[in-house]
Design a protein around this ligand. Structure first.
Ligand SMILES: NC(=O)c1ccc[n+]([C@@H]2O[C@H](COP(=O)([O-])OP(=O)(O)OC[C@H]3O[C@@H](n4cnc5c(N)ncnc54)[C@H](O)[C@@H]3O)[C@@H](O)[C@H]2O)c1
Length: 452
């Protein structure tokens, strides 16, 4: 079966590469020539664990090719994934790329293989496949859904940093198809997967993806709100609070006589807020969609409100301690939105750096992967970069951990005391034990000593 993927960014390339590894003949199509050239050269256009080896393997096996030529990509294809971007435009989800891709595919659909199934992998708000993609495909192709072609919503749950592993070992496959022929074809695409397969209609599939992508940020914002309350009270450490909460058997069950720590608990931890290419935009798009459906302000709006305030709380921890920070030297440790990626989209470090610079501080950052390219963000142009955390903190009056990079676990109080002008550590990820920093000034999200 020939599978074509339209849009070869994070999701499109990982989907295409993994399905090619499963033996399908896959064509990754993208408008960006440099992406296509890199894929064909076996060079990953993105930073993702295991991608280079996988690309080399499937290029050698001949199961994956990339092209900018849509006609060649569509010819004979039985499954056509749409994996283009769906940004938030400030008011609502921006479907420009999805609509354009649907129209382009529609015009060539008569050249595709028998009963081609157009499968929306991009994250789109509920009903998009049926009310936006389907009419465009029918109009441009002259064919009818259900007889001339199939339509499917097959959302993707991979996480950047472990994308290949997530795709190859999925926790679930959601197939939202309009008709039995569509469901049957997409079932064949995932025949190798050992996990529950949910077969449903497109709008339920779309809703599942958004619900999942709102639930995890909800847990993060909830934890941050509780942490801010603990700070306001004083003498309570959010880490102790969350430890006690996590011990609930329903969150921390006993399996074979032992407590297990489900991964979900990492979302019930306080921090400096969530970022990345999905959570922030998906929560905003869902909230905007809910408003369009007549719902007033609600929890979905609050998730973003709490999240956007959190980096400024970090700035507040610094100014509480240092007062006016004009001309003061401050180190920011971590720029990526999470460890093991070079992705800085919506990273909480952006508003923090911007705020510190705005108040006149001299800010030096260290991130193991990200450096000068970060300065493209408005308000971050004058950020300095250091090759190591030690160099970043040298001569500073505050150092702030913003990304949970493993490298930062080696930070110790004596080294900070030796390197910094005035040793003051802000641990927004609570990755270091505060007991180890009693000899210097320490502040963590969700912790303020009691007033007395
Ligand atoms: N990145 C993630 O972790 C992740 C996880 C799950 C779902 N998603 C969703 O998947 C979708 C894609 O996300 P992404 O991160 O891969 O985006 P991306 O920006 O990395 O990639 C999109 C690609 O599509 C290409 N493109 C745009 N229009 C095109 C067209 N008409 N024809 C051919 N190529 C075209 C662009 O050149 C780009 O390379 C989004 O809806 C996103 O929300 C992303």
């Amino acid at each position: 079966m020939k599978i074509t993927v339209i849009g070869s960014g994070y999701v499109g390339l990982v989907t295409g590469a993994c399905l090619a590894d499963k033996g399908f003949t896959v064509v990754c199509m993208d408008k960006a020539q440099q992406i296509v050239d890199k894929i064909n050269a076996g060079t990953p256009p993105i930073h993702e664990k295991g991608l280079e080896g996988l690309l080399k393997r499937i290029r050698a096996a001949g199961t994956l090719s990339a092209t900018t030529d849509l006609a060649a990509a569509i010819a004979g294809a039985e499954v056509i994934f749409l994996a283009v971007g769906t940004p938030f435009d400030g008011n609502e989800i921006d479907l420009t790329y999805v609509k354009a891709a649907a129209a382009e595919v529609g015009r060539l659909l008569h050249t595709a293989g028998p009963y081609p199934v157009v499968t929306v992998k991009s994250t789109v708000v509920p009903t998009t496949a049926e009310t936006v993609v389907l009419p465009i495909l029918e109009k441009e192709s002259g064919l009818k859904a259900g007889t001339g072609f199939g339509l499917c919503s097959n959302p993707e749950f991979l996480r950047e940093g472990s994308a290949i592993d997530d795709f190859m070992n999925p926790d679930r496959i959601i197939i939202g198809g309009t008709d039995p022929g569509t469901l049957e074809k997409i079932r064949r695409v995932y025949m190798w997967a050992v996990c529950p397969v949910v077969e449903t209609d497109p709008r339920t599939a779309e809703m599942i993806k958004y619900t999942a992508n709102a639930l995890l940020p909800l847990m993060i914002s909830f934890s941050n709100e509780i942490a801010n309350l603990a700070t306001a009270i004083g003498g309570i450490d959010i880490r102790d609070v969350m430890k006690g909460v996590h011990l609930d058997y329903r969150l921390n069950p006993v399996v074979d006589g032992k407590r297990v720590n489900p991964g979900i608990l990492s979302y019930l931890e306080a921090g400096c807020g969530f970022g990345g290419s999905c959570f922030p935009k998906d929560v905003k798009a869902l909230a905007a969609f809910a408003h369009r459906k007549g719902m007033g302000q609600g929890i979905l709006d609050q998730i973003t409100m709490v999240n956007e305030a959190q980096p400024l709380k970090v700035a507040g921890l610094i100014t509480n301690r240092l007062g006016d920070i004009k001309g003061k030297n401050i180190a920011v440790l971590g720029l990526a939105f999470k460890p093991d990626t070079d992705d800085t989209r919506e990273s909480p470090s952006i508003p923090l750096v911007r705020e510190l610079l705005r108040q006149g501080a001299r800010v030096t950052a260290h991130d193991p992967i990200v450096s000068a390219e970060f300065n493209k963000y408005p308000g971050c142009e004058t950020l300095a970069h250091a090759p190591s955390w030690r160099e970043a903190v040298r001569g500073t009056e505050a150092a702030v951990i913003m990304t949970r990079w493993e490298q930062f676990r080696e930070i110790t109080a004596p080294e900070l005391a030796a390197l910094m002008k005035q040793p003051f550590l802000v641990d927004t990820r609570r990755m270091l034990k505060k007991e180890h920093f009693v000899s210097i000034e320490y502040a963590g999200i969700g912790y303020r000593p009691a007033d007395g």
